[in-house]
Design a protein around this ligand. Structure first.
Ligand SMILES: *Cc1c(COP(=O)(O)O)cnc(C)c1O
Length: 403
């Protein structure tokens, strides 16, 4: 795992994000001029002398502990996040579980946001519970009111903003300030914004997690997790990640690095296209509400505008009430939007969702069926036309049901 890199050593003016994602974490001179860091395969690393071996003088010690390919990605991400270091894991979910294991122990209490990525709840309700760690779920809109939920044994507060599927924006700085004042570690799943559009460490969050599977990979061809941390939290994450033997393949690290190079231009396009489709959907008679924080009408808009520098291509909408057969007709009619989980790739996706069965601190009872869209890099007019014809099919099936 890489320590804090010195990428800004070139001068006083910090480079812009689009430049940094191109420059960070690679060193062509080290690899005979090749632009990209090679995929280095290896478990054993040989030492030239007995003395070097017993004094651990090598830059690398053993494949599981890192190689030039993984180190390049760690270094780039640590610089982008402003973290003291980054640990790579084989999936976004394993980044979440390893980070939680690093900062919690038997008898501790965790405050987990109710709108977290649903599999995160299983980490808490099954695995952490088994280890004697208790979880309380909290309303994402609690803000500084989180103070009232803190117990003597509360050791960590986990955030995710916007919330999975339902897209609530949290007041991250307010929650982080309450936690800091009490010595409680904060963790955030920052997959939606990426470190380009929101920088958790800058507002006092200790641990910033990415499902690199999404925008960092960016091509729906890799599962990857990243944990950036500062201070004591980085020492703990570094230790637990190493002790538990977590490692990723150099091929996956290379895919992550390749995705990173185009992250800024891809995200800018996802932002533009996503917002354009969201604005268009808000005018459609079939749609009750669009849940997108960059829309001025969104309840989270003010905080989003204050804290974020952009939006990705993922948002949700609530349809006006229609029978399920009509919803099915809508999805089955889509030709450019694929139906499938995950997001953050170049392609557009659509899924139905319903949070009512598992949330415990908030109530999910929207007025109609809920749909999550990922707006990919296709032409926006083509995407609107696809949605338009799918709405027509939906209405035809709903027929006399008042549409
Ligand atoms: C997809 C996702 C994850 C999990 O990533 P995997 O690589 O699928 O394990 C975690 N958090 C969020 C917000 C996600 O969207």
């Amino acid at each position: 795992m890489a320590g804090r890199p010195t990428d800004d050593a070139t001068g006083d003016a910090p480079l812009a994000p689009a430049t940094r994602v191109v420059q960070l974490g690679r060193d062509p001179a080290r690899f005979d001029g090749f632009v990209n860091t090679p995929v280095v395969r290896g478990s054993t690393v040989l030492s030239p002398t007995y003395d070097d071996l017993i004094h651990h003088r090598g830059r690398y010690s053993y494949g599981r502990r890192g190689n030039p390919t993984t180190e390049g990605l760690e270094t780039a991400l640590a610089a982008l996040e402003g973290g003291d270091g980054v640990a790579l894991t084989p999936s976004g979910l394993s980044a979440i579980s390893i980070a939680l294991l690093a900062v919690l122990g038997a008898g501790d209490h965790l405050l987990m946001v109710d709108t977290a990525y649903a599999p995160t709840r299983r980490v808490c309700d099954v695995e952490l519970k088994r280890l004697g760690i208790e979880t309380t779920y909290y309303d994402p809109l609690v803000g500084a009111g989180i103070a009232a939920l803190i117990r003597d044994n509360t050791r960590a507060i986990f955030l995710e903003s916007p919330g999975s599927q339902s897209i609530e924006i949290q007041d991250v700085p307010a929650i982080a300030a309450v936690a800091r004042a009490r010595g409680i570690t904060t963790l955030i799943d920052n997959t939606w914004a990426t470190p380009l559009y929101f920088q958790p460490h800058k507002v006092g969050v200790d641990i910033s997690i990415q499902a690199g599977t999404k925008y960092i990979g960016g091509h729906a061809d890799v599962n990857l997790g990243t944990i950036s941390a500062v201070g004591e939290a980085w020492k703990k994450v570094h230790a637990t990640h190493g002790n538990m033997g977590i490692t990723i393949s150099p091929d996956d690290a290379a895919l992550g690095a390749r995705g990173l190079r185009t992250l800024a231009v891809r995200l800018a396009q996802h932002h533009r296209s996503g917002l354009e489709v969201a604005e268009w959907l808000a005018t459609r008679p079939e749609v009750s509400r669009v849940l997108h924080p960059a829309l001025p009408t969104d309840p989270g808009h003010a905080i989003w505008k204050r804290d974020f520098s952009g939006a990705c291509g993922l948002f949700s909408l609530i349809l006006k009430p229609v029978p399920e057969v009509a919803v099915a007709a809508f999805f089955d009619a889509l030709t450019l939007f694929g139906m499938g989980y995950s997001w953050g790739g170049y392609e557009s996706l659509a899924i139905p969702f319903n949070c009512s069965g598992y949330r415990t601190a908030t109530t999910w009872a929207p007025e109609g069926p809920a749909v999550r869209l990922h707006i990919g890099l296709e032409d926006v007019a083509d995407l609107k036309a696809d949605l338009d014809q799918a709405f027509a099919r939906m209405k035809a099936v709903a027929g006399g049901d008042g549409m």
